[in-house]
Structures are given as structure tokens and as C-alpha cells.
Design a protein around this ligand. Structure first.
Ligand code: PDD
Length: 288
């Protein structure tokens, strides 16, 4: 087995990339895998076409999909085999420090793994396997702080195009959470935030709970309930919470100011109480 990393072929044990590679940090990458028999990639044109599509969807630029052919050839020459599997991964590149929204000038990391494989002549019979049936929960469990954040990254890129710092995500007509935060709206003196399990599990943010605890201590009415995008746009006040921003007041939604665009009185109260509690080292109410 040999590994191509950005133009250099290495032994697998010497193949390394940065821990700041966005492929590692966010799953911000695409891949393909082609099987070669007698030096010919099975469906190579289709693989290149699918790679082009994946790169376009993810807006990963700087890698020419047709170069996959050249990389495969180079790996197979080095492996001195015509029967191989060649895995290719193109990540958005290395970015320091970690930040959801990618810098515009990143160079993609290109990694390919060539592994010698059986020849077509030796494959006289299909292999026999057993299977199980499992629920399809792919990308469903947003309550788990997993690092496959490609869609979060793409939403953040879309927000940045609109000069916004955080996309608030919507599913089945209701808001779920921010791409790296939890969302709250304030209507009068009622503080509302999406429930943790509907329409899909969301991240039980530590700062979400801190903000709820603060709101409760202030005697505000709290509702964990479905919130529509319209309710966010029409809210008196709105804010997000997260470890990096603690509590950030929302000034505008989709380019339109909410309220007067200033920090609302309830938001300010919750912020101040939250900061006071952090300073005092208050413990958080366990989330159920
Ligand atoms: N993000 N929802 C999502 C999808 C998040 O990624 C985060 C945190 C939150 C808020 O959780 P907490 O209050 O526990 O930080 C909600 C971190 C800050 C990040 O990815 O950088």
C-alpha cells in the first residue's frame, strides 16, 4: 500500500496531515474510490464526474477532478500493479485556528491511498457475506457532538455570503439550532428555545442550559417549544448561546433588523445573570 499526499508518495506509516486539516476537524472533504483491473479504472469517467459534483456541492476549489486519473496512474506505477483500489480524499485544506467558516484562500489537501487488489482472473465466484438491518440515522443525531460537520460548514459559508456570522438551521418548518450554537427568541418577557428532541435531536448546549437557568432565576417565563423562522423574524429579541460566544444578541435575520437591531432588555438581563453565574461558578441544572 502507498499513500499520495499533495504530490508526494509515502509509506502508509509515514503518511501524515495537519491536525488543523478541515477534513479532520469538520469532515469538510469529499472522496472517491475506484477499482482497477488490468490498469483500467471501472467506471473511471463516472467516478471523475461524481467527484466533480461533490466538489461543486461542497464548494471545495483548487483540485481538478481529472487529476484523479493521473494520481491513480502514479500510485499504480509505484506499486507496480495493474490491479488495485485507489481511494482519493480532497479536503478543503488546513486552517489555523479552527473556525467553522473557511478562509477564502485555502489550498485543498489531496490524499490518495493505493492498495494492490485481486485480479479479475482470480475472481471466479462472488464473495459470500451476511448482513443485518439497522435504522438509517445518518446525520440525524445532532445531539451527539460529532465532527461530521460538513453541512454546518456549508450553511456557515452561505451565511457569510449574506454578511451574517451564524446560520440558524431550519427543518420541517421549524428552527433547530445554529450551525455552532443554540437559538433563543424573546417575545415580551417569554424566553423561547427549541425543545431538544423535535423534529430531530439537537445539541444540548451547555450555554443553552446556563441561559435557561439564568432566565428561570430572573423569573422569566420559559418555553421549550417549536419556533418558526417567521417567529424569529418577528421576535422582540433573539440571541444565540455557545461556548465560544457565550451569549450573542441577534441584530438581523436574513438582512432585516429585528426590533430596533439593538440589544433587547431581556437579552441583556439574561446575559448579565449568565455572566454573573459563570463568575460565581454556579453549577448547571442537569438536562434531561
Ligand atoms: N459549538 N449547537 C451546535 C451545533 C454546536 O456546535 C454548539 C457548540 C452548540 C452550543 O453548545 P455549547 O453551549 O455546549 O458550546 C449548539 C462549538 C462552540 C464549536 O463548534 O465551536
Amino acid at each position: 500500500m502507498l499513500v499520495w499526499i499533495n504530490g508526494t508518495i509515502s509509506q502508509p506509516e509515514d503518511a501524515r496531515i495537519s491536525v488543523f486539516d478541515r477534513g479532520f476537524m469538520y469532515g469538510d472533504s469529499v472522496y472517491e474510490a475506484v477499482r482497477f483491473f488490468d490498469g483500467v479504472g471501472v467506471g473511471m469517467d463516472q467516478h471523475v464526474q461524481r467527484l466533480r459534483r461533490s466538489l461543486a456541492y461542497t464548494k471545495i476549489t483548487g483540485f481538478k477532478p481529472d487529476d484523479y486519473r493521473i494520481i491513480c496512474r502514479s500510485l499504480m506505477e509505484s506499486l507496480q500493479t495493474e490491479d488495485a483500489m485507489v481511494y482519493l480524499q480532497v479536503t478543503r485544506g488546513v486552517q489555523i485556528p479552527r473556525r467553522h467558516c473557511p478562509d477564502s484562500n485555502l489550498t485543498p489537501s489531496v490524499i490518495a491511498v493505493g492498495s494492490p487488489a485481486a485480479s479479475l482472473e482470480s475472481m471466479t465466484q462472488p464473495m459470500q457475506i451476511s448482513v443485518t438491518v439497522e435504522p438509517d440515522l445518518r446525520r440525524m443525531h445532532c445531539d451527539v457532538k460529532a465532527t461530521n460537520l460538513l453541512e454546518n460548514v456549508l450553511a456557515t459559508m452561505a451565511a457569510e455570503q449574506m454578511q451574517a456570522q451564524e446560520p440558524i438551521l431550519q427543518l420541517d418548518g421549524v428552527l433547530t439550532e445554529g450551525s455552532s450554537s443554540n437559538i433563543f427568541v424573546v417575545q415580551g418577557t417569554t424566553v423561547r428555545t427549541p425543545q431538544l428532541n423535535h423534529p430531530r435531536p439537537i445539541l444540548p448546549g451547555i450555554n443553552r442550559q446556563l441561559a435557561l437557568d439564568a432566565a428561570q432565576a430572573l423569573g422569566l417565563r420559559i418555553e421549550e417549544t417549536s419556533i418558526s423562522a417567521k417567529e424569529l423574524r418577528d421576535a422582540d429579541e433573539a440571541f444565540i448561546t455557545s461556548s465560544s460566544r457565550v451569549l450573542a444578541s441577534i441584530q438581523a435575520v436574513d438582512g432585516r433588523s429585528i426590533r430596533s437591531g439593538s440589544i433587547g432588555a431581556v437579552t441583556l438581563q439574561i446575559h448579565d445573570e449568565l455572566v454573573r453565574r459563570i463568575r460565581a461558578g454556579s453549577s448547571i441544572t442537569p438536562q434531561t
